[in-house]
Write a protein that binds this ligand. Structure first.
Ligand SMILES: [Fe+2]
Length: 313
């Protein structure tokens, strides 16, 4: 079955990108150390910790402390001046807007998805990714690295350049898909009906957001773009050396086609390094897929990959 790229009839406005996610954790300093070991930078935001990509003036994760690990919110961007129109669209759909929650960023719209997850839309100018000087790779018939020994600098520190996407668990994928399509204007990129839906914000990454079927809400994974396969493998090895015992990678995904390497954070959410994500335009044809594995090639996938360890809200 094929569908138009944007499936939402009557949706006038759509968010322009994924900004960040908020995560409640039982131990703020342990979480901060994990994200630093992953290759990101930290700064204090009152009682919260903000996680950023080095060289980028944008909070990409907001860590707050609480009794258990759980997704706190997901933040999307709308272009400057677009917030009133987005609010009218939400109110026209009967969406109830909420006050900014404690530790949530001010100035945007706050609402809840069908599982009760907090979602915010904030005005934000488009922010380019931190550029990476991709090392040239010699391939058959196209040798671009001449008289340069790659191994000499192949062990540079892993530095994620941007947050690419977030996938969340939900109790009813079709219901949540309708919500994110109608209210935020996200488009469907590909789906395995009733199992997972990948969603886009228009031209760009194949997916910036996704929904994974579960019994209840939770964060499945966040994904961060790096510049090379070396960075992915060395970053995962560094985390394993520091005690992160469960990972999955290196592999190449089916949906999105990206290289991936996952590591589990101290409370069971997956954090992914990615590279070489499919870029799509209005010419992309979304499809429903059946019996397709999640990777073209990979090591054996851990059984725990789709376990939702967050408590029921
Ligand atoms: Fe991913």
């Amino acid at each position: 079955m094929t569908m138009p790229m944007t499936t939402t009839k009557g949706c006038e406005m759509r968010v322009s990108g994924l900004l960040h996610y908020g995560l409640q954790v039982p131990d703020l300093s342990r979480a901060g150390q994990f994200y630093e070991d992953f290759g990101l930078t930290l700064s204090e935001r009152g009682s919260a910790l903000a996680v950023r990509c080095a060289g980028q003036e944008l909070d990409r994760t907001l860590l707050t402390e609480g009794p258990d690990k759980r997704l706190h919110h997901v933040a999307f961007a709308v272009s400057p001046g677009g917030l009133p129109g987005m609010q009218r669209q939400m109110e026209g759909l009967g969406v109830r807007l909420e006050d900014t929650p404690p530790a949530g960023p001010e100035g945007g719209l706050w609402l809840r998805d069908p599982d009760g997850n907090l979602v915010t839309v904030q005005e934000q100018s488009p922010l380019p990714a931190v550029p990476a000087a991709a090392p040239p790779m010699n391939v058959p018939g196209d040798h671009r690295r001449i008289d340069v020994a790659r191994w000499v600098d192949a062990d540079a520190p892993t530095r994620p350049r941007r947050l690419g996407h977030v996938l969340v668990f939900c109790s009813d994928v079709p219901r949540s898909e309708r919500f994110y399509s109608r209210v935020l204007g996200l488009g469907v990129s590909d789906r395995v009906p009733g199992v997972v839906t990948f969603m886009n914000c228009g031209p760009g990454d194949h997916h910036v957001f996704g929904l994974v079927q579960s019994t209840h809400a939770g964060l499945h994974h966040s994904s961060w773009e790096v510049a090379s396969v070396d960075e992915m493998v060395l970053g995962a090895r560094n985390l394993a050396d520091r005690g992160s015992r469960l990972g999955w990678g290196l592999g190449r995904h089916t949906f999105g086609s990206n290289f991936f390497h996952y590591i589990r954070d101290p409370w069971g959410s997956w954090v992914e390094y990615f590279l070489d994500m499919d870029q799509i335009t209005e010419n992309w044809t979304p499809r429903d897929w059946h019996d397709v594995p999640s990777a073209v090639w990979c090591p054996v996938r851990p059984d725990e990959f789709t376990h939702n360890l967050e408590p029921v809200q």
